[in-house]
Ligand binder design. Structure first.
Ligand code: A2P
Length: 273
């Protein structure tokens, strides 16, 4: 199994496993079993968010599992519509209560704008929010802090106005959506890119070209797509509620040739109609 073989390291020296288990769209009632299956099959990075409404059972599954808390890396996120210094501290405390924990490993601002106002300029509010994240980090309640769905400009505004460069940016990333400019910017600033929706929420699995290449490597389309994220130095967060797929998605002990990575880089986004 690949999952625990290699870590990425944030710019503050904290290690994070090289692939994680995403829990977006997994309802609270299913989250306990799904996270338990992931842990049982070797995943030690679990990714949730207050907005997923499943923190309670994600926390319970981790608590009940037969591994010390320090062996598990847990990410959660500040809801996109909560911005501001005090509001952030309060929301973080709610996350700790939901999870039944006294720290999280990685905490992210879920988005630069509320989901019902995508594109709104919230720079001022994000700076205040980030200052609260810095406080939580220096107080030792979070081991690493970062952002999600942030553009270059959104990140640059934090770098210019605050003390700590974000350690991660979690963005949609899959074959056909390689986010080259943003990825290059993040790499230049030592920000780890986490790839959510590495299977384009499943849409990628029907691509004949990707299926053909997967056949050549003797792997499944899902495995090829997740491996692609690693080849691009991003940390994939696949999700599934089926044990066979949870296992399949972690078996990534193969590499793609540079020529094939280039071919995949040139592919069109399966979601652009
Ligand atoms: P399911 O939960 O029924 O297994 P993404 O990670 O890009 O968001 O994609 C998640 C979607 O892909 C879910 O609908 C999940 O369905 C499906 N999926 C995850 N892993 C696999 C796999 N190995 N084979 C086929 N479908 C998968």
């Amino acid at each position: 199994m690949y999952v625990n073989k290699k870590n990425f390291t944030f710019h503050n020296g904290v290690d994070i496993p090289s692939i994680g288990f995403g829990t977006w769209q997994i309802p609270n009632e299913e989250a306990y079993d799904a996270v338990t299956l992931a842990l049982k099959n070797g995943y030690t990075l679990i990714d949730t968010a207050q907005a997923y409404h499943n923190e309670e059972n994600v926390g319970k599954a981790i608590e009940d599992f037969d591994l010390p808390r320090e062996s598990i890396f847990l990410t959660s996120k500040l809801p996109a519509d909560i911005k501001g210094y005090d509001e952030t501290l309060e929301a973080f405390n709610k996350t700790l209560t939901n999870l039944g924990m006294d720290y999280v490993d990685l905490y992210l601002i879920h988005a630069p704008w509320p989901w019902d106002e995508v594109g709104k300029d919230c720079t001022k509010e994000n700076i205040q929010t980030w200052k609260a994240m810095e406080k939580l980090y220096t107080d030792g309640k979070i081991r690493a802090i970062g952002v999600s769905n942030f553009s270059k400009q959104d990140i640059q505004a934090l770098i210019d106005a605050c003390d700590i460069v974000p350690m991660a940016n979690q963005i949609p990333f899959y074959i056909g959506r390689d986010q080259k400019e943003l990825l290059d910017f993040c790499k230049k600033n030592s920000i780890l890119v986490e790839a959510y929706s590495p299977l384009a929420t499943g849409d990628i699995l029907n691509s004949p070209e990707i299926m053909d290449m997967a056949k050549k490597y003797g792997v499944t389309t899902a495995q090829l797509s997740i491996r692609y994220c690693l080849e691009k130095d991003t940390l994939p967060l696949p999700k599934s509620t089926h044990e066979s797929r949870i296992i399949e998605n972690s078996q990534l002990d193969f590499t793609l040739s540079p020529e094939d990575v280039k071919k995949l880089d040139a592919m069109k986004d399966v979601r652009d109609k």
